[in-house]
Design a binder for this molecule. Structure first.
Ligand code: 26Q
Length: 829
C-alpha cells in the first residue's frame, strides 16, 4: 500500500465469455467499431479500416489475456521479467491472426466488405521501439515465451518516437521522426492504477528508524510518474496471452509548482517537460550519444518502475516475504542498458523494506541475470561518477558499497593483485571516474551469457576473463534464435503451405521437425524442387515490386537476389559488399563474362545519425547503384539498389525472396546476428565469415551448403599489429582496379573527392575491420556462388537443405535453454 491508496487487484478467475471468431461475428464487430466507435464509413482512409479490425482482434484476445494474467499471479508461481530498453515488435495484427488461427475467417469477413486482408494488415505502422538485433531479439523472445506458455513479462519503455524513418536524398541518408502513435495504438491498454513514482536528483540523508536503526533515505528528489501501457503478446494457438508492459513518463499528478522550487511558472512547466522527455525518444545506437544524461534517466526510469511493479505484486497481501520474492522472480537484463537494476533492487530492499545488506545482496544476485550482446570494447557502457552523483545519488552510494564488498572478494582470491582490482573494479579510476555497467551487471548476476558459441567463448577468454576466473559457473552461452511464426509462417505463407503439405504443420510450434524436409532436397524430387522454386520466384516478384516502388530500380526475378540488410556499421562491412559489386561491374565492362550470372544486389539499413563513415558508405552504395544501373554496357546483368527505411516489415518481404544472404562481418565482431537465421529459414544460402552464429549455421548445413570465406577471429587478432592493406592492393590486380576506379571519380563525377574518406579508411593499416584482408577470399567465394547458381537444381537442393537444417535457430529452442539453465519456470496450464 502506498500513500494510503488502495491497491486494485483482481485475482478472481476470469469469467469473460470468449467472443465469436466466425466471419459473421468478426464482420459485425468490425462494422460496429468502424461506424460507432470511429464514426467512419466504407470509403474512409485505410488506417481506420485497420484500426477497426485491430480493435476487433484485440477484443478477441482479452479473455485469454486476463486468464493468462490470473495464472501468472497465483502465489508460488515463478516468473521472469525481461527488462529491455528495446522491443522491436513491428506489426501485430497479422501475427495475432496467425497465432489465433483466424486468418481465414477474418479474410472472409473483410472480403464481405470488399477489403483485402493482406492490404489491411499493411496499413499498420511498425512499432519500431528498437535499433536492430537486440531489440528484435527481445520481440522474438516474447513470442516464444508466450508460445511455450512461460510466465514471462516484458518491461520496456513506450517511446513516443521510435527508430527514426530513413529516406534518401541525392544518395544521402536523411532522418525523419517516427511518430508511430500518431493514429493511436489499438493494442495498448493504459493501466493508470499501476503507476509508479521514480526519483531523480535530490540528496541522501541518514536517520534513525522507529527501532533506533541507522538508515539512509533519498530526499528532495524530483519525482516522475511512470504509467504502464500493456501490449498483448499472443502465443501460437495455445490461448496464452502474455504482457509487454511499456512505461510512459509523466509529471507527477500533484505536480506542484512550489515543490519544484522553480520560482517561476515557466520554469515549473519546463521541469514538467523534462519529466515527460524521459520516454520521448528511442536512442539510436550511436557512439556519439554515449554518456547522455537523458539516456541514463531512461535506464533508471525503466528499471525503477519495473522493479517496484514486481515488488508491489509480491507484497500484495500486505506482508513482503524476501525468500518468496527471491523464489518467484528473475530479472533478465538485455545487455547492460538496464544494469542499474542491480543497485536499484538493493536500494529498495535495504532502504524501503529494511532488509539487511547481506540478505539483500544474496537475493539480488540470485534474481538478476545478464545477457551481453557485444564484444566491441567501445560499446561497453560507462557513466561518469559525477553524473551519477547528481542524478542518482543514493544509487552511487550503493554501487560504492557493492564495489567495496566485491573488491574485497577479489583480493581474497588474488592477494595484492592491484592490477586485477583496477581492471575488475566497478569504478574506473582516472581523471574522470566512471561506473562500468558491465562490471556491475556481472557482479550482481547469477548468470552471464553471450549470444552465440563463439561470442560466449570470446567473452570468457577476453573481455570478461578476470570475472570468468572468479566465477566460471556464472558464464554460459545461449545462441540466439528467431521466431518461425513471424519469420516463416507469417512472412512466407506459400513456402509454409508447401512444407506443411509434405511434413505436416507441427514445425510451426516445434521447428526441430523441419528436418523432415531433408529427404526432399534430393534432386530426384523434381516436383518438390519445381514447386520450391516457384514459391521463391513469386516471393521475388513481390520484392521486385517493392524495390521498383521504393528505389525505381528494375530487379529481374529470374536473377540471383543477393541481399544484405542490417544496421549500417563498418564492422558489418557493407563496404566489402560494394567493392565486390564494383569488381563485377568492371568484369562486365571488360567483357569477362565467363561464369557470370545475372545478379540483383539489395542493401538496406540505417546508419546512426551521428556516424559519419556509415552515412558516407550509404552515399557510396547509392552512387555505385546510380552508375551500374544506368550503364548500357551492363544491360541488366547487374543491378544494385539501396532500400530506404529498412525495418521489421520490410524484412518480412525480403527474407522470403532472398537467394543469397550476406553475413560478412569481420570475424570476432558480430556477436551473433539474427538476420542470418531469418534468411536461412526462408531457404537463402549464406555467404559469410566464420563469425557469430554464422559458425553454427555453417555447422548445421555443412560446408557444401554455405559459402565460407575470410579470416577467422584469431587470425584477425594476430594480423592486427602487422596489417598492411597496401600489400593486398599490390598483390591483387582486380582490387587495384576497383580502388583506382573509385579514386578516379567514376562514382562521384559531380562530387569530387567525396569517397576519399572511404578509401582512406580501407587503406589505413589501422583499419579495425580489415576490409581488404578478406577481399580476395570474398570475391572468390562470390565466384563459387555464381557457379552454384548456374546449376539451378544444385541451388535448389542447397536452398531446401538450408531451411531443413534451420531447426536449431528457432527462438523457442533458445528460450527453452534460458529456461532450463537460468529461469527454471514451469509452463502455465
Ligand atoms: C548505447 C548507448 C547509448 C544509446 C544506445 C546504445 C545502444 C543501443 C542499442 C547500444 C547497442 C544497441 C544494440 C545492440 C545490438 O543490437 N546488438 C546486436 O544484438 C543482436 C542480438 O543478440 C546480435 O545478434 C548482434 O550480433 C548484435 O550486434
Amino acid at each position: 500500500m502506498q500513500n494510503g491508496k488502495r491497491e486494485p487487484f483482481n485475482y478472481q478467475p476470469v469469467d469473460l465469455a470468449p467472443l465469436g471468431c466466425d466471419a459473421a461475428a468478426i464482420g459485425s464487430d468490425f462494422k460496429r467499431y468502424l461506424s460507432y466507435r470511429l464514426g467512419r464509413s466504407r470509403g474512409c482512409a485505410p488506417i481506420y479500416i485497420y484500426e477497426a479490425l485491430a480493435s476487433v482482434v484485440r477484443d478477441r484476445l482479452t479473455s485469454d489475456w486476463r486468464h493468462t494474467w490470473a495464472l501468472h499471479w497465483r502465489p508460488g508461481v515463478r516468473r521472469v521479467q525481461y527488462m529491455s530498453l528495446e522491443f522491436l515488435i513491428g506489426r501485430a495484427l497479422g501475427n495475432h491472426l496467425l497465432n489465433m488461427g483466424i486468418e481465414g475467417e477474418t479474410a472472409q469477413a473483410m472480403l464481405d466488405f470488399s477489403y483485402k486482408l493482406e492490404e489491411v494488415v499493411q496499413d499498420e505502422v511498425d512499432a519500431g521501439l528498437g535499433n536492430g538485433g537486440l531489440g528484435r531479439l527481445a520481440a522474438c523472445f516474447m513470442d516464444s515465451c508466450a508460445t511455450l506458455a512461460l510466465p514471462v513479462m516484458g518491461y520496456g519503455l513506450r517511446y513516443e518516437y521510435g527508430m527514426f524513418r530513413q529516406f534518401i536524398e541525392n544518395g544521402f541518408q536523411k532522418e525523419a521522426a517516427d511518430l508511430w502513435l500518431k493514429n493511436g495504438n489499438p493494442w495498448e491498454v493504459e493501466r493508470i492504477e499501476y503507476s509508479q513514482t521514480v526519483q531523480f536528483g535530490g540528496y541522501t540523508e541518514q536517520y534513525r528508524d522507529e527501532h533506533g536503526q541507522k538508515r539512509t533515505r533519498w530526499v528532495s528528489s524530483n519525482d516522475v510518474v511512470a504509467i504502464p501501457f500493456d501490449m498483448p503478446i499472443s502465443g501460437y494457438r495455445n490461448h496464452i496471452v502474455n504482457t509487454l508492459r511499456l512505461w510512459k513518463a509523466t509529471a507527477s499528478d500533484e505536480f506542484n509548482l512550489e515543490e519544484f522550487n522553480a520560482g517561476s511558472y515557466t520554469d515549473a512547466v519546463q521541469a514538467k517537460n523534462e519529466a515527460e522527455d524521459i520516454t520521448m525518444v528511442l536512442y539510436p545506437n550511436d557512439s556519439s550519444e554515449n554518456g547522455k544524461e537523458l539516456r541514463l534517466r531512461q535506464q533508471y526510469f525503466l528499471v525503477s518502475a519495473s522493479l517496484k511493479d514486481s515488488l508491489r505484486i509480491s507484497a500484495r497481501h500486505g506482508d513482503f516475504n524476501l525468500e518468496q520474492f527471491a523464489h518467484e522472480n528473475l530479472f533478465q537484463m538485455n545487455d547492460t542498458h538496464p544494469a542499474i537494476a542491480v543497485a536499484e533492487l538493493m536500494r529498495i530492499l535495504v532502504d524501503e523494506y529494511h532488509v539487511l545488506w547481506d540478505d539483500a545482496w544474496r537475493v539480488t544476485t540470485q534474481c538478476m541475470a545478464y545477457t551481453n550482446h557485444t564484444l566491441l570494447p567501445e560499446a561497453l557502457e560507462k557513466w561518469s561518477v559525477s553524473l551519477f552523483e547528481r542524478l542518482l545519488p543514493r544509487l552511487l552510494e550503493i554501487i560504492y558499497e557493492i564495489n567495496s564488498h566485491f573488491l574485497n572478494k577479489v583480493l581474497m582470491k588474488w592477494p595484492g593483485d592491484m592490477e586485477r582490482v583496477k581492471r575488475m573494479s566497478i569504478i574506473e579510476e582516472g581523471p574522470e571516474r566512471y561506473v562500468r555497467m558491465a562490471s556491475l551487471a556481472i557482479v550482481g548476476s547469477c548468470s552471464v551469457n553471450g549470444v552465440a558459441a563463439l561470442h560466449s567463448r570470446l567473452l570468457r577468454e577476453g573481455l570478461f576473463h578476470d570475472f570468468y576466473q572468479l566465477w566460471p559457473e556464472k558464464f554460459n552461452n545461449k545462441t540466439n534464435g528467431v521466431t518461425p511464426r513471424r519469420w516463416v509462417a507469417h512472412a512466407n505463407p506459400a513456402m509454409s503451405a508447401l512444407i506443411s503439405e509434405h511434413i505436416g504443420d507441427g514445425w510451426v510450434a516445434d521447428l526441430s521437425q523441419i528436418s523432415q524436409l531433408k529427404p526432399f532436397a534430393g534432386k530426384q524430387h523434381t516436383q518438390f524442387h519445381a514447386r520450391w522454386r516457384a514459391v521463391k520466384l513469386a516471393n521475388k516478384q513481390h520484392l521486385a515490386a517493392l524495390v521498383k516502388a521504393e528505389c525505381g530500380v528494375d530487379f529481374d526475378p529470374e536473377a540471383l537476389f543477393d541481399v544484405q540488410v542490417k544496421r549500417l556499421h563498418e564492422y558489418k562491412r557493407q563496404l566489402l559488399n560494394v567493392l565486390h559489386v564494383v569488381a563485377l561491374y568492371l568484369r562486365i565492362k571488360r567483357g569477362h563474362l565467363d561464369h557470370h550470372v545475372n545478379r540483383c544486389v539489395l542493401i538496406g539499413g540505417k546508419a546512426a545519425p551521428g556516424y559519419y563513415m556509415a552515412k558516407r558508405i550509404i552515399k557510396f552504395i547509392n552512387n555505385v547503384a546510380g552508375v551500374v544501373n544506368n550503364d548500357p554496357d551492363i544491360d541488366g546483368r547487374l543491378k544494385v539498389a539501396f532500400l530506404p527505411n529498412y525495418r521489421v516489415s520490410s524484412m518480412e518481404i525480403i527474407a522470403p525472396a532472398t537467394d543469397l544472404s550476406e553475413q560478412i562481418s569481420t570475424a570476432g565482431k558480430e556477436a551473433s546476428g539474427t538476420g542470418n537465421m531469418k534468411f536461412m529459414m526462408n531457404g537463402a544460402i549464406t555467404i559469410g565469415t566464420y563469425d557469430g552464429a554464422n559458425i553454427e549455421i555453417f555447422e548445421a548445413v555443412g560446408r557444401d551448403n554455405f559459402f565460407l570465406f575470410g579470416l577467422h577471429a584469431e587470425q584477425v587478432d594476430a594480423l592486427r599489429c602487422e596489417y598492411r592493406p597496401g600489400e593486398y592492393v599490390e598483390q591483387d590486380a582486380e582490387l587495384r582496379d576497383v580502388l583506382d576506379l573509385i579514386r578516379s571519380g567514376h562514382f562521384s563525377l559531380n562530387e569530387p573527392g567525396i569517397f576519399e574518406p572511404v578509401l582512406d579508411a580501407v587503406l589505413s593499416p589501422s583499419d579495425p575491420w580489415m576490409v581488404l584482408a578478406d577481399f580476395r577470399s570474398y570475391v572468390d567465394a562470390q565466384q563459387q556462388v555464381a557457379q552454384a547458381w548456374a546449376d539451378q537444381e544444385r541451388w535448389t537442393e542447397m536452398s531446401i537443405l538450408n531451411t531443413a537444417c534451420s531447426g536449431f535457430f528457432s527462438s523457442d529452442r533458445t528460450i527453452q535453454e534460458y529456461n532450463r539453465d537460468i529461469w527454471k519456470l514451469e509452463p502455465v496450464a
